[in-house]
Design a protein around this ligand. Structure first.
Ligand SMILES: Cc1cc2nc3c(=O)[nH]c(=O)nc-3n(C[C@H](O)[C@H](O)[C@H](O)COP(=O)(O)OP(=O)(O)OC[C@H]3O[C@@H](n4cnc5c(N)ncnc54)[C@H](O)[C@@H]3O)c2cc1C
Length: 389
C-alpha cells in the first residue's frame, strides 16, 4: 500500500458506514467520500419531505468525523482502480467502496412521461417528493400509487393519514408475499383494504397526464384518476456511469468486486453467497454491508481480522395504517414460509432448514426473539448457502 487513501463512492447508508468504520478502525490514511449531493438519509423522503414535515436540506447529515467530502460525481472506476470524476479529475486510491445506491425501476407501461409537468412520478429523491407535493392540493387531494411494495405501502398509509384519497395498484394478487411471507402479506393487504382503495392483480395498460390530473388505465379496462400518480416499482442498482455495464455489481461474500482493492455495498451490490446472488435495498442492511466492506479492506490490505462471509442479519420496520411492520433477515423466491405458532401475525422464512427471515405485524417482540435465536443458529451453522444450491 502506498498512500493509504480510501475513496468511498456515495455518502448514503452504505458509503457513510464504510467511511465511518474505516476511520474508527484506524485506517492509516485519508478517507474521501465522493458524492454530488453530500450525505443524506433517503428513508425520510416519504416520511419527512412528502408529508411536509421536513424540507430537502433537513435530509442531510454530517459526514463521519475524520473523513472528507468531495462534491463531485464518479464517472468510472477503471481497471487499475483509478477513479475518474465528472469534473475531469482522477484519484488513484488504494481502496474503493462503490456505494452509489439505486435508481427507481422505470415504469413498464406506456406513458406520456418526459413532459416537464408530468404527473406520473417516481418517489426516490427529496426532489421527487417536493414535485409530488407541488401537484397535490391541500384539500380533497387524490393520488394513485402504482406498486404495493414497502415504499408504495408506507406512502399509501402516510398519504391516507394526511386525508388524501389513495388508490393502491399492484400487479401481484398478494403484494410483498415473497418479502414478508403469506401470513404477514395477507394481513397487510387486509389493512390496506380497510382504509384505502386497492386494486390487486392488475397492471397498467396506459398512463397519461392531463392539465390537472394523472389518468391510469388498468389492464381490466378500469380508469383511475388522481392529482398525481406515484410509480413505486422498486429499485435497480445505480452503477457509477461507465460504458455499457448495467445492473448490480456482483461481489463475493466479503463484498469484493473482481477488481483488486475495489468493493461494493448497499443498493448497488448483489452479494454472491455460494451459488445464490442476493441484492437487498434497505437502510440498515446497506449500512451493515458498508461496514463489512470496510472490514474486508482492513483484512485484505492491512492484515486485520477476517470479517468472514456477510450475513443478512439486519431488519427494518415501518408504520402502516397504524400497525407496526417489523422484519429481520432476508427472503428470496426459495424461502419456505410458515406461520409462527403462538397466534401472532408472524411469518418465519426458512432456507435449507435454517430460519433466514422473520416478519411480523404488531409483533415486534416476537420478531426480535425469533430473530435472535435464528441469528445464533446461523452463526453455529457452517454456511447458509452451500455451493451448488
Ligand atoms: C422513499 C423511500 C423510503 C425508504 N424508506 C425506507 C425505510 O423506511 N427503511 C429502510 O430500511 N429503507 C428504506 N428505503 C430504502 C433505503 O433508503 C435504501 O435501501 C438505502 O438508502 C440504500 O443505501 P445506499 O447507501 O445503497 O444508497 P443511498 O442511500 O441511495 O446512497 C447512494 C448515494 O450515492 C450517491 N451517488 C450515486 N451515484 C454516484 C456517483 N456516480 N458518484 C458519487 N456519488 C454517487 C448518491 O448521491 C447517494 O447519496 C427507502 C427508500 C425510498 C426511496
Amino acid at each position: 500500500m502506498t498512500s493509504g487513501h480510501a475513496v468511498i463512492v456515495g455518502a448514503g447508508a452504505a458509503g457513510w458506514s464504510a467511511a465511518d468504520t474505516l476511520v474508527r478502525s484506524g485506517w492509516p490514511g485519508r478517507v474521501t467520500i465522493v458524492d454530488p449531493a453530500g450525505a443524506t438519509n433517503r428513508t425520510l423522503v416519504n416520511t419527512g419531505v412528502l408529508t411536509g414535515l421536513l424540507n430537502r436540506e433537513q435530509l442531510s447529515r454530517p459526514i463521519p468525523t475524520g473523513t472528507e467530502l468531495l462534491q463531485d460525481e464518479v464517472e468510472a472506476i477503471e481497471e487499475v482502480g483509478t477513479v475518474r470524476l465528472r469534473s475531469g479529475g482522477r484519484l488513484a486510491p488504494d481502496a474503493v467502496v462503490i456505494a452509489s445506491g439505486s435508481v427507481p425501476r422505470p415504469a413498464s407501461f406506456e406513458a406520456d412521461a418526459g413532459a416537464p409537468r408530468s404527473r406520473i412520478l417516481p418517489l426516490h429523491s427529496a426532489e421527487d417528493a417536493e414535485r409530488i407535493r407541488g401537484l397535490v392540493p391541500s384539500n380533497g387531494a387524490s393520488v394513485v400509487i402504482l406498486g404495493a411494495g414497502l415504499v408504495g405501502s408506507e406512502t399509501a398509509s402516510l398519504l391516507a393519514d394526511a386525508g388524501v384519497d389513495v388508490t393502491l395498484v399492484a400487479r401481484s394478487t398478494l403484494p410483498l408475499r415473497e418479502q414478508l411471507g403469506p401470513t404477514v402479506a395477507s394481513e397487510l393487504l387486509r389493512r390496506h383494504r380497510d382504509r384505502i382503495r386497492v386494486r390487486t392483480g392488475r397492471s397498467v395498460a396506459r398512463a397519461t397526464t392531463r392539465s390537472s390530473s394523472a389518468v391510469i388505465e388498468l389492464s381490466d379496462g378500469e380508469t383511475l384518476e388522481g392529482d398525481a400518480a406515484i410509480v413505486a416499482h422498486g429499485t435497480l442498482a445505480r452503477r457509477p456511469a461507465s460504458g455499457s455495464d448495467r445492473g448490480a455489481i456482483t461481489v463475493d461474500a466479503r463484498l469484493r468486486t473482481g477488481l483488486r482493492g475495489v468493493y461494493a455495498a448497499g443498493g448497488v451490490a448483489s452479494i454472491l453467497a455460494h451459488g445464490t446472488v442476493i441484492r437487498v435495498d434497505h437502510w440498515d442492511d446497506a449500512a451493515a454491508q458498508g461496514a463489512h466492506a470496510a472490514r474486508s479492506i482492513l483484512h485484505d490490505l492491512l492484515g486485520g481480522p477476517d470479517p468472514g462471509e456477510y450475513r443478512f442479519e439486519s431488519g427494518y420496520s415501518s408504520r402502516i395504517h397504524g400497525s407496526m411492520l417489523t422484519a429481520w433477515g432476508v427472503a428470496t423466491d426459495r424461502t419456505e414460509w410458515s406461520r409462527h405458532v403462538d397466534g401472532a401475525t408472524v411469518g418465519v422464512g426458512r432456507h435449507l432448514g435454517h430460519v433466514t427471515a422473520v416478519t411480523g405485524l404488531d409483533a415486534p417482540l416476537v420478531v426480535r426473539d425469533l430473530a435472535a435465536s435464528a441469528s445464533r443458529d446461523l452463526r453455529d451453522s457452517l454456511s447458509l448457502y452451500p455451493t451448488g444450491v
